[in-house]
Ligand binder design. Structure first.
Ligand code: 4NP
Length: 151
């Protein structure tokens, strides 16, 4: 059973910090102890807090993303985490290219946990500007993930 989970997107300022905040809140509600982190494949926003409009949309639902700071995913993450969840196919391709042969982490798409939505990726709200749509999908996938971890 996975107990350490890393969310990965491109910039680590929209989707993956939102997933981190949502899963933290839901795991805490269910009394489930998980180590949760997020990172980006890119390095443009290192050390920055989540994007303002994303933070505000998350805050409106009760998720405080303000303490989070962007970092870049590293090869060491494949030894540190049980599960690495990519937000889209491009993130997945980047992660597969850097995955060491002896990786501990299982690598999956986050939307695998939201099959009822038929979504195959979490669209990037930095470009779509649909912050609430991203949060809707992230909440559904986070619930699906917790249900599976609880089995
Ligand atoms: P994220 O969105 O991958 O969901 O954090 C992005 C934010 C910023 C950029 C790309 C994606 N950017 O290129 O600056």
């Amino acid at each position: 059973m996975a107990q350490t989970i890393l969310f990965v997107c491109l910039g680590n300022i929209c989707r993956s910090p939102s997933a981190e905040g949502v899963l933290r809140a839901m795991a805490s509600e269910r009394g489930k102890a998980l180590e949760i982190d997020s990172a980006g494949t890119g390095d443009w926003h290192l050390g920055e807090p989540p994007y303002g409009p994303m933070q505000r949309a998350a805050q409106a639902r009760g998720y405080d993303l303000s303490p989070l700071r962007a970092r870049q995913v590293s090869v060491e993450d494949f030894a540190r985490f049980d599960l690495i969840l990519a937000m889209d196919e491009s993130n997945m391709a980047n992660l597969k290219a850097m995955r060491p042969a002896d990786a501990r982490a299982e690598l999956r798409l986050f939307t695998d946990y939201a099959p009822q939505t038929r979504a195959t990726e979490v669209p990037d709200p930095y470009y779509t500007r649909d912050f609430d749509g991203a949060l809707d999908l992230i909440e559904i996938a986070a619930r699906g993930l917790l249900d599976q971890l609880g089995e």
